[in-house]
Design a protein. Structure first.
Length: 425
C-alpha cells in the first residue's frame, strides 16, 4: 500500500535514536529505547478463537496461548500484499501462522503497549500517561508508549464537531517537531514508560487510490453521502468517510512501526486510544484478562444511558496481544480483503465489528466506567475570550446525578468546563 513506510529495524544491535528517519518522504520519526533489541519483529496472532456475541462481562482468559507468526514488516514491503493478499500474509480474508506453540516469558513478566493516534491540535497526553501508563507500571507491567500525530491538520481534518467553535490546544501551537518529541518522551519516561516513540507527520496522511471493488461492491459508509460530483466527474464522499480512512491508515502505520521496532516477541495487551481522550481515573488491567479478545465500551458517553442495542465505541480499545494486529491493520483490510461482509457498512464502528467477525476476533463490551475517559477539546466561545479546555458528552448535573455507570464527580477537576454547556451559552 503506497504511503506506508517500510521500517524494518530489528537486528540484535539496533537502537532507536533521536535521529530523524524519513517516513513516506515526510514524517519525522523519533524515539527513545535501550541500546539493544532482544528479538525481532514478531507479531502475535491467536488462531483458534471464534467470534462471541458482545456482552457486558469480561470472559475468563483462554488457557492456550497462540504462536508468534512470521516476521511482520510494514505493508509496503510485504510481497504478499503486493500480490493481493491481506496484511497477515494469507489470501484475502484468511489468517496464517504457526498454530499451537507458546510464548516463553519470565514468570510474572507482563508487557503493555499503549498507542495514541491523532493530531497535535487535539492532543492531551498527560491524562493518558497518568491514568493508563502509570497504573500499569505500578501493577507490574513493562509499558511501552508510542504516538503518531499530524502536526498540521487544520480545518475539518482536525475538527469535525465544528459547532463547538473548536481551536487547537494552545499548549502546542508554537512547538516545533523537536520540541514536541522532547516533551512527549520526557513525560512518558517520567510516568514509567520503558520505551517511548513519537512518529510526527507534517500533515495528515495521504490516502491511497481506492481499488475497483470498493466502488463495485459499495464498500463505503452507506449512511454517509457519496457519489460522483457533477462539477468534476470524480467520486467524492462525506468528510466522515475520508476521516475514517485516514484514522485507520494512521493507526496501522503506528502499529507497523512498533512491530518493526519490537524488542520482545509479544505484548500481553495493547491499549489504543485517541489523542483527545481525557482520562479521569485509572485503567485497571485486571478487568481485561483475555489475551485473545478485544474489549471496548458500548457506544455512548460515560454517565449517560446506553443505546438499547449496544454498538461498538471506537474511541478506545483494550486488545489482547494475540489479536491486536488483526484489528489495527484495518486499513489494509479495507483496501485488500474482498470479503463481502466488509461491504456496505453503515459506519466506521460497523466496519470494525464486521472486521472482527471476518478475522475471528471475539469482542466484549465492558462497563463504561472501566474505560474512564471523556473526549476533550479547547473551545473559544467568543473572539474576545481565551481558549477553554472542556470535556464533551457530559455536564455537571449529569456527572453528579448519572443515569448509568460513571466516575466519581471529584475525579473531574472542579475547574473543568463542559463543552455542551458552553455551546448553549
Amino acid at each position: 500500500v503506497a504511503g506506508l513506510p517500510a521500517v524494518v529495524l530489528c537486528s540484535a544491535s539496533w537502537a532507536l535514536t533521536s535521529a530523524p528517519l524519513s517516513v513516506g518522504g515526510a514524517a519525522v520519526v523519533r524515539g527513545l529505547s535501550p541500546a539493544r533489541a532482544n528479538g525481532c519483529c514478531r507479531a502475535q496472532r491467536q488462531l483458534d478463537c471464534s467470534f462471541d456475541p458482545p456482552n457486558y462481562e469480561p470472559l475468563p482468559q483462554r488457557g492456550t496461548l497462540a504462536a508468534a507468526a512470521s516476521a511482520a514488516t510494514a505493508i509496503a514491503a510485504d510481497p504478499a500484499v503486493a500480490a493481493g493478499a491481506d496484511a497477515f500474509g494469507g489470501a484475502s480474508g484468511s489468517i496464517t501462522g504457526a498454530e499451537g506453540s507458546t510464548i516463553s516469558k519470565r514468570p510474572g513478566y507482563r508487557r503493555l503497549l499503549v498507542l495514541v493516534a491523532g493530531v497535535t491540535e487535539r492532543f492531551y497526553p498527560i491524562p493518558t500517561l497518568r491514568h493508563v501508563v502509570a497504573p500499569a507500571v505500578r501493577a507490574g507491567y513493562t509499558v511501552d508508549y508510542y504516538a503518531v500525530l499530524s502536526m498540521d491538520a487544520s480545518g475539518a481534518k482536525a475538527f469535525r464537531a465544528y459547532w463547538y467553535a473548536p481551536v487547537g490546544n494552545p499548549q502546542f501551537v508554537n512547538y516545533t517537531a523537536q520540541d514536541l518529541e522532547t516533551y512527549i518522551i520526557r513525560r512518558a519516561r517520567f510516568y514509567g514508560a520503558s520505551r517511548a516513540g513519537v512518529l510526527l507527520l507534517p500533515n495528515e496522511v495521504e490516502l491511497d487510490v481506492l481499488p475497483f471493488h470498493v466502488f463495485a461492491n459499495q464498500r463505503l459508509l452507506v449512511a454517509e453521502k457519496h457519489g460522483i460530483r457533477e462539477s468534476t466527474g470524480k467520486f467524492d464522499a462525506s468528510g466522515t468517510f475520508w476521516l475514517f480512512l485516514m484514522k485507520m491508515k494512521k493507526v496501522e502505520l503506528l502499529w507497523n512501526w512498533t512491530v518493526g521496532n519490537r524488542m520482545d516477541r509479544s505484548y500481553d495487551h495493547v491499549v489504543w486510544t485517541r489523542s483527545d481522550a481525557y482520562w479521569v481515573d485509572d485503567l485497571k488491567m485486571e478487568h481485561f484478562p483475555d489475551h485473545a479478545r478485544v474489549y471496548s465500551r458500548p457506544w455512548g458517553n460515560l454517565c449517560s444511558k446506553p443505546f438499547r442495542e449496544p454498538a461498538i465505541n471506537d474511541q478506545t480499545f483494550v486488545l489482547g496481544g494475540h489479536v491486536a494486529g488483526r484489528l489495527l491493520t484495518g486499513y489494509s483490510a479495507f483496501l485488500l480483503n474482498k470479503s463481502p461482509l466488509l461491504d456496505r457498512v453503515g459506519s466506521a464502528e460497523d466496519f470494525l465489528k464486521r472486521l472482527a467477525v471476518v478475522r475471528k476476533v471475539p469482542w466484549t463490551f465492558v462497563r463504561p466506567d472501566w474505560l474512564p475517559f471523556f473526549l476533550a477539546m479547547h473551545m473559544q466561545p467568543s473572539n474576545s475570550s481565551p481558549p477553554v479546555l472542556c470535556i464533551r458528552g457530559v455536564n455537571r448535573e449529569l456527572l453528579e446525578r448519572p443515569v448509568a455507570e460513571c466516575v466519581a464527580p471529584w475525579r473531574v477537576p472542579a475547574t473543568m468546563a463542559f463543552c455542551d454547556t458552553l455551546v448553549l451559552q
